[in-house]
Design a protein around this ligand. Sequence first.
Ligand code: ARG
Length: 314
Amino acid sequence: MKKLIALLLAAVMTMSLLTACGGNDGAEADETVTDAAGAENEADSADAAGAESEANDADAAGAENAEDAADAESGADAEEAEGGEVSEALADGVLTVGTNAEFPPFEYVDDNGEPDGFDVALIKAIGEKLGVEVVVENMEFDSLVAAIGSKIDVAIAGMTVTDERKESVDFSDAYYDAVQYVIVPDGSDIASAADLAGKAIGVQMGTTGDFIATDDVEGSEVSRYNKGVDAVNDLINGRVDCVIIDKNPALVFESTFEGQVKAIPGEQFEFGVEEYAIAIPRGDAALLSQVNKALEEIKADGTFDELVKQYIEN
Ligand code: ARG
């Protein structure tokens, strides 16, 4: 409602402004007139009349401010940022990135104790394009979304775009397709969705694997771990019947624990396709636009494919 009022006010102000100046210059005015029509349809006539009398003596500056406010509230007006607007998040010259380095090959801790992996390399490449230093914070996956915009600027963590997360953050363009896999002990007869019913399932807490095990599997008994590898260890110890986790980490764990576990494609369980994207503070249109532009360049110049080869396909 607040948003509607702001929009309506901006629209009506601009309309009266247009009338005042004879009104036919440019795309921005056209766009606003469309908005005005839309807003008026939605509002009842009493509201519209009220807004108009309030807005009658508004000047150009006032109209523009109200318009900006409406834009900011609507969140993702990336178009406007495309002219090179820089996000305040980058004003300090540092992009602070949260990840959970327990998710090979996308992120893991290397032999020197530093976060590495496809996502880490990708966000560093993005930082380079943006001309900022990238500082990576390794934290629990389940606390990433809440930390965006305060402790960290953005998160890259093999994070699937979900409607629920979109209520708290914005997402960049997707950069990778994924699907959940099921890891079972070697020789297990779990092979289809029906076989999962009533099973003890290990997951990493707060992941889409957790949501599937909890919400979609009937009678499941879900054990939640901070690290995917701990779930796999409990699988090997016989404390859970299977682990639901994303494809690529599942394949890494299958080879790490070769002969002990098997990774079964999620298609066999009718799991849907997921998309990984970078999570960004909600409404930071400038940052969203800058990150998407950098991502596009990295894809166009071959860097992206190189990283896929280096980290995922080898
Ligand atoms: N794709 C899954 C999700 O978004 C799992 C991501 C886990 N990532 C991590 N770095 N631990 O929920």
